[in-house]
Design a protein. Structure first.
Length: 304
């Protein structure tokens, strides 16, 4: 299924939607940081290959278990059947196999950030042993400006973790499209199918920005790029992890050709050898000609 970059998604119309965050912190490994700094680029990973295996499925389970249960008696029967069919299709274990052969559908590639510059949970994730150091790199909002110059479909927002808010948004959207569906003469089947298609676009966008409440401490902000499957797959790069070939898009920053980059700070996870780490990062700053790049350290006490 393809999406329309000019389509007005209900998620972005909501008053709680936060399109702008001044500073975004991307937590990463030493290898990831080096790739960003030396390559002046950032990777966007296919959403199916993120660490949370419930990505996207979470929203469709909400539809089946919470939203449709309450709205069932008020929704047009044929529309209800279409919604249930879509939700069951996405949550089916054969979904990936069936979708892999669909031409012109939109694949979504994600880069994750946090609004929190010193998050213990994220440090623990990227510093899994006493011998490994984690980092975050502070991006300015200019990153989104730069992306929109190169991609037709770029979506950015804070993630919504509030389950009641998620249910409310889904109910409002389903009810709105039910009214639109009922207003069309049943003989005009093509127009009714367009309503179903546009409703499904909304479900996709909700699924990209809804996450389980248990992840709320991460304070995630997402930037997502849409890429046309098969047609634009030549743009993809791959890395290997756990025996899988992980597809990703690598965006080379072009904003700031005058020497000022989109990122302007590095923070280091709780460690003991701060002086040596600072020295090594200073050498990288010299190499990439980034004297403005501020180096700081987590204020969280180090545990042994």
């Amino acid at each position: 299924m393809t999406s329309n970059s000019h389509f007005e998604y209900d998620f972005f119309k909501d008053t709680s939607y936060q399109p702008y965050v001044s500073d975004l912190y991307h937590y990463t490994s030493p290898e990831g940081l080096l790739g960003i700094l030396q390559g002046n680029s950032l990777r966007f990973t296919h959403i199916y290959f993120l660490n949370d295996k419930s990505e996207m499925i979470y929203t469709y389970n909400l539809l089946l278990q919470d939203v449709l249960k309450d709205l069932k008696s008020s929704i047009n029967e044929s529309l209800l059947k279409a919604i249930e069919g879509r939700a069951k299709y996405v949550t089916n274990e054969n979904y990936y196999n069936e979708e892999s052969g669909v031409l012109f559908r939109t694949d979504y590639y994600v880069a994750s950030f946090s609004k929190d510059s010193d998050n213990l949970g994220l440090w623990n994730y990227y510093t899994k042993t006493n011998n490994k150091t984690g980092y975050n790199i502070k991006f300015k909002h200019d990153l989104i400006v730069d992306l929109k110059q190169h991609y037709e479909c770029v979506y950015a927002s804070c993630v919504c973790y509030d389950k009641q808010k998620q249910i409310e948004l889904l109910k409002n959207t389903v009810s709105k499209y039910n009214d639109l569906y009922n207003a069309i003469d049943p003989e005009r089947e093509t127009e009714r199918q367009d309503v179903i298609k546009n409703l499904s676009y909304n479900f996709i966008m909700y699924s990209l920005f809804f996450k389980h409440p248990k992840y709320s401490s991460e304070q995630e902000y997402r930037i997502i790029i849409g890429n046309c499957s098969h047609v634009d797959d030549s743009k993809l790069e791959f890395r290997i992890q756990n025996g899988l070939f992980i597809p990703y898009l690598e965006h080379k920053f072009t904003y700031g050709d005058d020497g000022e980059r989109i990122f302007d700070g590095i923070k280091v996870s709780p460690i003991s050898n701060k002086n040596l780490v600072r020295y090594s990062l200073t050498k990288i700053k010299n190499k990439i000609n980034a004297p403005y790049l501020e180096i700081s350290f987590s204020e969280i006490p180090l545990r042994y």
